[in-house]
Design a protein around this ligand. Structure first.
Ligand code: NAD
Ligand code: LMR
Length: 331
């Protein structure tokens, strides 16, 4: 085992996602069995007592990879020297709400946390935002951390990516491992575009293999895009274990690299690729190596995909304008 622990901050650590996520990270699911991790857990003051209970449970697991745990309510202390920051802490939506309805309630969390990371995180910090609305919260954190390169911020669309793989696997009755090159474009919201035109099943084009545009348009896309709402409706609470699992997948691939011959979906700062305005945090197909993502280039975008991408990107631009008006980012 290497001796220097990787310092991983998790915010909202006493929440539902935290309750799954911490145990996955501590047990080695993120960096593997040979890399010790030190957890830095941030909560609001009233939740610190509950968090102490979660830490007792972490202790009781006696994980060989868990090198230490610190908790607190001051982001400048908790984020000190962190290499990875998983910003989960934010209010979840309830039934009948869209994720964008959380902008006003949650946006304010991410400006001070971005500023704190800017001040005290390690130079190589990788910041992942899971708390909703994830893309625009990432935009806020990034804009409040001028010394951290924009490429070191991302938002989670891996849950949507995994949902899309699972839906396609059920439709075609193939193992999930047969499905590659899935892409989620745009926002982690109901406007997102899960793209089967570039995905592959056993190396063959997924849309052609499905051969059913009606299913693609009227079942697949809405099922993936509205899955979060369906879970809230059924569970009475938003997805937690699957969100934690996707957060681990996202952070692991960002740290250790995406699979050879495949790509993953990550929401990252647009460089203008595929007509997405520069500076928006939008989901793209990306490959990762040496801790750095690159947007997959050269995919042909037909009129159907163009319309879908434009619609979800327009929503991201509206959210950016809204948080600019709220004073959370500079215009
Ligand atoms: P939860 O209410 O169970 O937990 C949230 C926790 O965050 C609470 O313990 C709360 O005390 C804490 N918190 C609030 N403000 C904080 C702050 N300023 N600093 C630190 N902690 C703070 O919610 P949850 O189910 O764990 O979900 C968390 C967020 O993740 C929600 O916004 C939810 O919508 C979002 N989410 C995103 C995805 C995705 O795919 N991007 C998936 C599922 C959930
Ligand atoms: C999800 O996709 O499950 C989360 O973003 C929670 C939600 O509000 O849908």
């Amino acid at each position: 085992m290497s001796t220097t622990p990787v310092k991983v901050a998790v915010t909202g650590a006493a929440g539902q996602i935290g309750y799954s996520l911490l145990f996955r990270i501590a047990s080695g699911s993120l960096f593997g069995p040979d890399t010790p991790v030190e957890l830095r857990l941030l909560e609001i003051t009233p939740a610190l007592k509950a968090l102490e209970g979660v830490v007792m449970e972490l202790d009781d697991c006696a994980f060989p990879t868990l090198a230490g745990v610190e908790i607190g309510d001051d982001p400048e202390k908790v984020f000190d020297g962190v290499n990875h920051a998983l910003l989960v802490g934010a209010r979840p939506r309830g039934p009948g709400m869209e994720r964008g309805d959380l902008l006003e309630a949650n946006g304010g969390i991410f400006a001070p946390q971005g500023a704190a990371l800017n001040k005290v995180a390690a130079d190589d910090v990788h910041v992942t935002i899971t708390g909703n609305p994830a893309n625009t919260n990432a935009l806020i954190a990034m804009n409040n951390a001028p010394d951290i390169p924009d490429e070191q911020f991302s938002a989670l669309t891996r849950l949507d990516h995994n949902r899309a793989i699972s839906q396609l696997s059920s439709k075609l009755d193939v193992p999930v491992t047969d499905i590659t090159k899935m892409t989620i474009w745009g926002n982690h919201s109901a406007t997102q575009y899960p793209d089967l035109f570039h995905a592959e099943v056993g190396g063959k084009n997924a849309a052609e293999t499905v051969g059913d545009q009606d299913w693609l348009e009227n079942t697949f896309i809405p099922t993936v895009a509205k899955r979060g709402a369906a879970i809230i409706e059924a569970r009475g609470a938003s997805s937690a274990a699957s969100a934690a699992s996707a957060t681990v997948d996202h952070a692991r691939d960002w740290a250790l690299g995406s699979p050879e011959g495949n790509w993953v979906s990550m929401s990252v700062c647009s460089d203008g690729s595929y007509g997405v305005p520069e500076g928006l945090i939008s989901s793209f197909p990306v490959t990762v190596s040496d801790g750095k993502w690159e947007i997959v280039q050269g995919l042909e975008i037909d009129d159907f995909s163009r319309g879908r991408i434009d619609a979800t990107v327009a929503e991201l631009a509206e959210e950016r304008d809204a948080v600019t008006k709220l004073g959370l980012i500079k215009g």
